[in-house]
Design a protein around this ligand. Sequence first.
Ligand code: SF4
Ligand code: SF4
Length: 77
Amino acid sequence: MINSKTEKAFAITKERMKKMIAIVDKVRCSGCGDCMMVCPVDAITMALGKAEVDPDECIGCGACVDECRRGAISMRD
Ligand code: SF4
Ligand code: SF4
């Protein structure tokens, strides 16, 4: 059962995660699309052969950072 403390902790965690978003270095990005495949909320699209993150959709999970073999994605506040 979820109590109010758990709910509060969840809300705080969600808020903290929300502050971090993925940023793509367009010079390093090869446009392979691997990051797009792992994003759980479909926040990444391809534009002119480069990955693009929708900051309103990104939940800051970091999955795309781990997936990118070119080190083209980093997390920012
Ligand atoms: S995984 Fe990296 S190189 Fe591939 S499209 Fe995404 S950002 Fe670009
Ligand atoms: S950090 Fe997570 S939610 Fe944000 S673009 Fe990367 S995979 Fe998607």
